[in-house]
Design a protein around this ligand. Structure first.
Ligand SMILES: [Fe+2]
Ligand SMILES: [Fe+2]
Length: 380
C-alpha cells in the first residue's frame, strides 16, 4: 500500500481513499443523544490530525484497531475550529506497512551521538561512577533502548532517538559551565546528565507506530523509576560509597529544578543546579524550535500559542528572502535557497551561535546531499 498524502499536505475538502496513517488515538464516546461515535487521532512523520467517525460510519470501522496500528482511512478533510479534521467513513487495519515508517526520528546522527557519549564515559575518572556508566553502556539491551527511545510522549524530544539527543545536547551545554566554574565535579555532572531521565526507559514505550506512556510510567513516573533503576545498578558495584550514591540520587531527584515541576527536592549541589538548568534549556529550546518548524509554514508573524511554554513566538525573522543566497546569509556557499524548509533551516541557523564543536550531520537516508550540507552547521 502506497502513501499518497502526508498529514502536512492535507487540504480542506480533500477526499482520502484507503490512505494509510498511524492510529494515535481511537476512543469510543457517547453523544448527548447517547449515540456512539469515535474520537480519533491520526499521524505520520509530518504531523498529527484529529479525526471523527460518526455513528453512521461505525459499521465501516474495524473496531478491533488499536493505538499504534497502521490504518487505511477513507474519508474527507473538513475544517473544524479553524483546523483541518478528517471525517472518517471507513477505517481498516493494514499490516503490509512497517510501523517505523510512521515514526518521527531524530535528525541527528544517533551513532555519532552514541560515540560521543561513549568517549565521555571513557573520560570518567571516578572509578565508581565509571563502573556505573560502564555497567549500563555494556548492556546491549539498555544501550539499544537508550539510543532509540524518545525522551517524551509529546512535550520535548518526543521521537525515536529523542532521549540520546536530549542527553547529548545537555552534555554539550554543560561544557561552558565546566570551563567557567572550575570547582564543578565533571564526573558527577556527566553521570547526572546521563542518568537523569533514565526512568523514561520504563515510563515510555514505542508500540507499533506510536509512543505511549506505560501503566507503570503513569503510576510511578520517571524520576522514581530512574532512582530505582540506578539503585539496582549501584547495588551490583562493590563498595560504592554511600555519599556518592546520595549525590547521584540527588542529581536524579532534583533535575526538574522545582517542587512544583515534580522534583521532590530542589538542587542542593552545584552540579545539580547546572543539571536542572541545562535540562530546562535543552527541553525548552527543543519545544520552541519544533513549534516554529511546524508553524512557520502558516506565514504568520507569530506562532500559535504554545501550551507548555505558555507563549507565542515571533517567527517572522526565521524566514529569509528566497532570492538570497547562502553567501548572503552566512557566507558559506552560493547555492540559491528555494524550498521553505531550506529557507527556514538556513534562517534559523543564521540566528544560532556558530559553534563547530556541536556540528553534526544527519543520518536521514532520504535527504539529498545538499540538504545534509545545509544542516551541517545547524545547532538544531
Ligand atoms: Fe526529566
Ligand atoms: Fe531531561
Amino acid at each position: 500500500m502506497q502513501k499518497q498524502y502526508n498529514v502536512e499536505d492535507l487540504q480542506i475538502d480533500q477526499k482520502l481513499i484507503k490512505e494509510p496513517f498511524a492510529l494515535l488515538e481511537f476512543e469510543k464516546k457517547l453523544s448527548k443523544q447517547m449515540k456512539p461515535y469515535y474520537n480519533i487521532e491520526l499521524g505520520d512523520k509530518t504531523g498529527k490530525i484529529r479525526a471523527k467517525a460518526w455513528t453512521e460510519s461505525i459499521p465501516n470501522l474495524d473496531t478491533n484497531a488499536e493505538v499504534g496500528n497502521i490504518v487505511a482511512i477513507t474519508g474527507k478533510v473538513q475544517s473544524y475550529a479553524d483546523k483541518p479534521q478528517i471525517i472518517v467513513e471507513r477505517l481498516e487495519v493494514v499490516d503490509d506497512i512497517a510501523p517505523e515508517e510512521f515514526l518521527v526520528v531524530t535528525e541527528r546522527d544517533r551513532s555519532q551521538m552514541a560515540d560521543d557519549l561513549k568517549a565521555e564515559i571513557d573520560k570518567t575518572q571516578n572509578q565508581y561512577l565509571k563502573q556505573l556508566l560502564d555497567l549500563f553502556w555494556n548492556n546491549d539491551d539498555y544501550r539499544d533502548k537508550f539510543i532509540n527511545f524518545p525522551a517524551g510522549e509529546y512535550v520535548h524530544h518526543g521521537y525515536v532517538g529523542g532521549l540520546i539527543e536530549h542527553v547529548w545536547e545537555m552534555n554539550e551545554l554543560s561544557k561552558p559551565y565546566l570551563k567557567m566554574y572550575k570547582n564543578l565535579d565533571r564526573d558527577l555532572l556527566f553521570t547526572g546528565i546521563f542518568f537523569h531521565d533514565i526512568g523514561k526507559l520504563e515510563e515510555l514505550d514505542i508500540v507499533g507506530a506510536t509512543i505511549i506512556r506505560t501503566v507503570s510510567g503513569r503510576l510511578i513516573t520517571h524520576i522514581p523509576q530512574g532512582l530505582l533503576f540506578v539503585d539496582h545498578l549501584i547495588q551490583q558495584i562493590p563498595d560504592f560509597p554511600e555519599m556518592l550514591k546520595d549525590k547521584v540520587f540527588h542529581m536524579i531527584l532534583s533535575h526538574q529544578g522545582k517542587l512544583e515541576f515534580g522534583s521532590p527536592v530542589v538542587p542542593q549541589l552545584l552540579e545539580a543546579l547546572v543539571l536542572s538548568q541545562i535540562d530546562d534549556a535543552g527541553a525548552s529550546m527543543n519545544q520552541a524550535v519544533k513549534h516554529i518548524e511546524k508553524e512557520y509554514q502558516t506565514g504568520n508573524e507569530f506562532t500559535d500559542y504554545h501550551k507548555w511554554l505558555k507563549r507565542s513566538f515571533y517567527q517572522k525573522d526565521y524566514y529569509s528572502d528566497p532570492n538570497k543566497t547562502d553567501e548572503s546569509i552566512d557566507g558559506s556557499s552560493s547555492t540559491a535557497i528555494t524550498s521553505d524548509e531550506k529557507r527556514f533551516d538556513r534562517a534559523i541557523r543564521s540566528h544560532a551561535t556558530n559553534n563547530s564543536d556541536i556540528v553534526r550531520n544527519t543520518d536521514s537516508a532520504e535527504e539529498s546531499e545538499s540538504m545534509k550540507k545545509d544542516k551541517q552547521n545547524s545547532l538544531f
